[in-house]
Write a protein that binds this ligand. Structure first.
Ligand SMILES: [Zn+2]
Ligand SMILES: [Zn+2]
Length: 118
């Protein structure tokens, strides 16, 4: 069975989609990365390699209230960043549920991948 490999745009984890997986996907469906919980919407699902995804956001669990919310590219672009003592850069976003300030750290070596939440 043919398998399409997609690099997660956030963490670069390879997501494997078999023909059977793709047969169940329609344009507008959302795929969630196993590794980083990034959400990607299917924008094309044609034959062979004709497959495209658009990054929606990264599903994050608020450490304060426990609610899930999406961190989108727009939120990150608007978020202030802080530099920690060890040189890591964190973006500060606020939880839409409880307004807690949450730091999202990015690992420089891995490009823009979302590492963890502190
Ligand atoms: Zn990922
Ligand atoms: Zn919260």
């Amino acid at each position: 069975m043919a398998t399409l490999e997609i690099d997660c745009p956030v963490c670069a984890e390879v997501l494997e989609l078999t023909d059977a997986d793709r047969a169940e996907l329609a344009v507008g469906d959302v795929i969630v990365c196993d590794s980083c919980n990034a959400e990607m919407e299917v924008t094309r699902n044609g034959p062979g390699e004709d497959f495209e995804l658009e990054l929606l956001g990264i599903l994050t669990v608020c450490p304060n209230c426990g609610e899930e919310f999406d961190v989108t590219d727009d939120m990150l672009a608007a978020a202030p960043t802080i530099e920690n003592a060890d040189g890591t850069i964190a973006s500060v976003v606020s939880c839409p549920h409880c307004r807690a300030q949450i730091e999202l750290e990015f690992e420089e070596e891995a490009g823009d991948s979302l590492d963890n939440i502190t």
